[in-house]
Design a protein. Structure first.
Length: 533
C-alpha cells in the first residue's frame, strides 16, 4: 500500500493502480498536507464522501509527477507558516495544470501568491468561530447557509484583486472565499466540526466542481457483504475477535445484519491483558448485554506475561503476543462450537505483513500484524479483507456502527507491548494501563482527543530520583506523546497546551506511586516513529 505519494516512479504507480482495483475506481484526488493540525480531518471528510484521496508530499511531488497520476482534483491544506515569510515547499507549476484546486487557509494563500495577489499580515487576526457573509452564489458554497459559522485560524489575509471572484467574507477577512478560473480557496477550515456546513464545501468540490462519479458504493458493498455472510454462515456459529476498534466493530455490525436480532450464532471474545482501559470501556458500552451477540471478556494477563518473559526486542514481543491471541481464540471457538473465526483484517494488514491480496505477489514485511497468518485451525471470516481503512469505515457507517467507534485513535494490535520499554512484567503493565487511562481521560476532558490523530503514554526503562512526602525515592519516567497526522506515514508532534501537560504530569505522578517524572516527546516522524517501539 502507498501511504504518502512522493514520486511517480514505477513502484508508486503500481501501488496506485493496485489500490484503484481494490476501490474499483479510476478517479483519484491528491491532498497536499502542508502541516495543519487539522490535516487528518480533511482526510476523514473525504473518506466519508467515499472518494479515493491520496496524501501527497509537497516537498517532493512535482508537476510532472502530478501529470502522471492524473488526479481529477487537488486539495491543499492549511499550515503554520506565512507564504510571504517562510513558504512551504511546493511546485507552484501544479496550479497551472487546469486541474481543479481547493486551497484551505495557507493552501488558498499559496495559489493567490502564485498569481501575484498580495498576502499580508492582518491587523485583526481571526481565531475561533466567525460568521460567513456569502456575497455571491457559487457552486463551491452551493446549499450553504448565509451567516453559517466557520472556524478561522489565521493571522494573514489575502487582499482583494480584480482577478479574484470574491464569493464570501467574514468580519476581518474580506476575501474569505474566492476563485480564479479552476482555483478555489477558503480562509476558514471546513474540515472541523466548528464549521457547521464545511462538509458541503468538500462535497461540492468533489462532486460538482471535479465531477467525481465513482463515490465508493458503501451501501451496495455493505449489502453484498451481508448477503455473502448469510450464504456462507447459514445456521452455523461464528466466534468474533473483538477489540473495540473500528475494524472489528464494523465486522460485528455486518454480522448483526447478516444473522439478525436475537440470534444465538454469534459470540465475541475480547482479550484482556495488554489492552487499554479505554478499549474495554468501549466494548462494554456497545457490545455488553446485547441480544444479537454473546460477549466474553477473557482475562489473559498471566498468559501474556508468561510468554513475554525474557523478551526484549519488539519483534520477539509481537510474536509472543500472537501465540496467546491464537491459542485463546481457538480454545473459545472450540467451547462455542463455532464453525468460523471472524476478524477485522484489512487489505492493508495483509499487504504490510508481506502478502499481496490482489496480485498474490510477495511483498516486503513492514510489520507483523496479529490478525494475519494465524493458526486457528478454523476457516476465517474476514469481510473487510478487500478494504482499506476509509472504505472499511464507510461500510461501518452503512451498517450503523457507532461513529464513536469508527473515529477512535489507531492502536496497535500488540497493545501495550509496544508502549513498554524492555521486558514486560506485571508492575509495568499496571503502570502502562493507569497512565494511558489518565492521559486519554484528560485529552477528552480538554476536548483535544479529536483534534489530534494519535496519542500514547510509554513506560520507559529510565528511573529517576524523586521526592514523595519527606522521603527520597526512585520512580519510572513516563513519556507521553501526541501527533498530528493524516495517515500515520508522517506525523508532526502536537503542540498541546502547557497547562494541559502540567495537569497530566501532576495526575500521573500523584496517582501512580511508581512514577517519578513525566516527559513530553516533541520529535516528528521522521525521524522518530509514532509508536515508541
Amino acid at each position: 500500500m502507498l501511504y504518502t505519494f512522493k514520486k511517480a516512479d514505477d513502484a508508486s504507480m503500481e501501488a496506485i493502480a493496485e489500490e484503484k482495483k481494490v476501490r474499483k475506481t479510476e478517479e483519484i484526488f491528491l491532498l497536499f498536507s502542508l502541516g495543519s493540525q487539522f490535516d487528518h480531518l480533511i482526510k476523514q471528510e473525504l473518506e466519508k464522501l467515499g472518494v479515493f484521496c491520496l496524501v501527497a508530499d509537497p516537498a517532493s511531488v512535482t508537476v510532472e509527477d502530478v501529470k502522471k497520476v492524473k488526479p481529477i482534483g487537488i486539495i491543499l491544506s492549511g499550515g503554520p507558516v506565512s507564504v510571504y515569510d517562510t513558504p512551504p515547499p511546493f511546485d507552484a507549476q501544479i496550479f497551472d495544470l487546469e486541474i481543479p484546486v481547493l486551497g484551505i487557509c495557507l493552501g488558498f494563500q499559496l495559489w493567490a501568491q502564485h498569481l501575484g495577489i498580495e498576502v499580508v499580515s492582518s491587523d485583526k487576526r481571526e481565531f475561533g468561530t466567525h460568521y460567513l457573509d456569502i456575497q455571491k452564489a457559487n457552486i463551491l458554497l452551493s446549499d450553504c447557509t448565509h451567516g453559517c459559522k466557520v472556524l478561522q485560524s489565521h493571522g494573514d489575509k489575502i487582499l482583494a484583486d480584480s482577478r479574484l471572484e470574491i464569493i464570501a467574507s467574514t468580519e476581518n477577512a474580506p476575501v474569505a472565499v474566492a476563485k480564479f478560473n479552476h482555483l478555489y480557496g477558503v480562509q476558514f477550515h471546513p474540515e472541523v466540526t466548528e464549521s457547521e456546513e464545511g462538509y458541503k464545501v468538500f462535497s461540492n468540490f468533489c462532486f460538482k466542481i471535479c465531477q467525481a462519479k465513482d463515490k465508493f458504493p458503501a451501501s451496495r458493498v455493505a449489502e453484498r457483504k451481508v448477503k455473502e455472510l448469510q450464504e456462507k454462515i447459514g445456521r452455523q456459529k461464528v466466534l468474533l475477535a473483538l477489540s473495540g476498534g473500528s475494524d472489528s466493530s464494523t465486522v460485528a455490525f455486518l454480522l448483526k445484519q447478516a444473522l439478525g436480532e436475537n440470534n444465538q450464532q454469534l459470540k465475541a471474545v475480547y482479550i484482556k491483558g495488554i489492552d487499554r482501559p479505554d478499549d474495554e470501556e468501549f466494548v462494554q458500552k456497545y457490545f455488553a448485554n446485547q441480544n444479537w451477540l454473546e460477549l466474553e471478556i477473557v482475562e489473559a494477563t498471566e498468559q501474556f506475561l508468561k510468554v513475554l518473559k525474557g523478551k526484549v526486542s519488539m519483534r520477539e514481543k509481537r510474536l509472543a503476543m500472537i501465540s496467546v491471541y491464537d491459542q485463546i481464540l481457538k480454545s473459545k471457538a472450540d467451547e462455542f462450537g463455532a464453525a468460523f473465526i471472524a476478524q477485522g483484517t484489512l487489505y492493508t494488514d495483509v499487504s504490510e505483513s508481506g502478502g499481496g491480496y490482489q496480485s498474490k505477489a510477495k511483498k516486503a514485511t513492514i510489520k507483523i500484524h496479529h490478525n494475519t497468518n494465524n493458526n486457528f485451525g478454523y476457516p476465517e471470516i474476514t469481510p473487510l479483507i478487500d478494504c482499506v481503512k476509509d472504505s472499511g469505515r464507510q461500510i461501518g457507517r452503512e451498517v450503523s456502527t457507532p461513529e464513536e467507534l469508527l473515529i477512535r485513535h489507531p492502536f496497535p494490535g500488540p497493545g501495550l507491548v509496544v508502549r513498554i520499554e524492555g521486558e514486560i512484567n506485571q508492575q509495568k503493565l499496571k503502570i502502562a494501563r493507569q497512565a494511558d487511562n489518565i492521559y486519554i481521560e484528560e485529552l477528552r476532558k480538554w476536548e483535544l482527543y479529536e483534534k489530534i490523530w494519535q496519542a500514547g503514554a510509554v513506560v520507559t526503562k529510565s528511573v529517576t530520583t524523586c521526592t514523595k512526602g519527606d522521603d527520597a525515592a526512585e520512580g519510572f519516567i513516563i513519556a507521553i506523546w501526541a501527533v498530528y497526522s493524516v495517515n500515520g506515514f508522517t506525523a508532526r508532534a502536537a503542540e498541546l497546551p502547557y497547562d494541559f501537560l502540567k495537569v497530566v504530569s501532576r495526575r500521573l505522578t500523584n496517582e501512580i506511586r511508581e512514577v517519578g517524572a513525566v516527559v513530553y516527546r516533541i520529535s516528528d516522524k521522521p525521524p522518530a516513529t509514532i509508536e515508541w517501539g
